[in-house]
Design a binder for this molecule. Structure first.
Ligand code: PRE
Length: 246
């Protein structure tokens, strides 16, 4: 370029521009998955690690975040039609990666069981859980349901709508075990003394949390990754996690 020329971005349309122009960062999130995303039904307040992070990202762009509630089942269609990004404990899956970019990972994870403390030894392998009569409970539409379908064909799978109340089903004896993200098992076990996380340090598989971004928008992805790298190194991410993970 000639000196004095403003360097033009490679693509002529990026979400970075439209977000700044409209003054709003539209963020799809389920609001049902603590410690990452929670919508308080009484106060209408959003909280969670990824809510705090999205607010911080919006601040760096000089815009306001608008949280748009979705469900795990409708996460992808809602994200594609209504939002600039989707956050809230979203696992990286290759299926989703066909329709969206992901940011760099925010957390390493894996699926592990959570059950009544007295049953921790009963359900510590996939083989033990994949037995006739063992009732695995799972939320609908996310990676937990996929994991249960793939690994527990011989067990009983209970599909449950309300992820905020799902752990009460185990406490009440209507389900035996749930296999979910290790971070969630830690948080839930902390909240409910009856429930124990089964080997959260040695989960059954490996997965990662990240933010969903528009497919093909390299500039927006680059911006979010730059911000995320800073947030990981300057204490922003740690500060967002602290109230939840201690
Ligand atoms: O689908 C995802 O990416 C999620 O992390 C959501 C998911 C799931 O895997 O089903 C994870 C934990 C919650 O209990 C509810 C839903």
């Amino acid at each position: 370029p000639e000196s004095g020329d403003v360097q033009k971005p490679v693509s002529d349309s990026t979400r970075l521009d439209s977000v700044v122009e409209t003054g709003t960062l539209k963020v799809c999130t389920t609001g049902d998955y603590r410690p990452f995303t929670y919508l308080d039904p009484d106060s209408g307040e959003w909280s969670g690690i990824d809510i705090t992070m999205a607010k911080n990202l919006a601040e760096t762009m000089g815009v306001e975040p608008e949280f748009i509630q979705t469900s795990w089942k409708d996460l992808m269609p809602d994200f594609l039609s209504k939002c600039d990004m989707a956050v809230g404990g979203v696992s990286i899956s290759m299926e989703r990666a066909q329709q969206a970019y992901y940011s760099e990972a925010t957390l390493d994870e894996g699926k592990t069981p959570i059950t009544l403390c007295e049953n921790v030894e009963k359900y510590d392998t996939i083989k033990e859980i994949n037995q006739p009569g063992v009732r695995s409970i799972t939320p609908i539409g996310g990676t937990n349901e996929k994991f249960a379908d793939a690994n527990y064909p011989d067990g009983e799978i209970i599909r449950f709508e309300d992820n905020n109340k799902i752990f009460d089903e185990i406490i009440a004896g209507r389900a035996d075990v749930m296999t979910t993200d290790a971070s969630e098992t830690r948080w839930v076990a902390n909240e409910h003394p009856e429930l124990c996380a089964v080997h959260p340090d040695k989960p059954f598989n490996f997965s990662q949390k990240a933010y969903l971004l528009p497919l093909g928008d390299d500039e927006f992805q680059e911006y979010v990754n730059q911000w995320l790298n800073m947030a990981k190194n300057d204490g922003t991410l740690a500060a967002a996690e602290k109230p939840w993970f201690g």
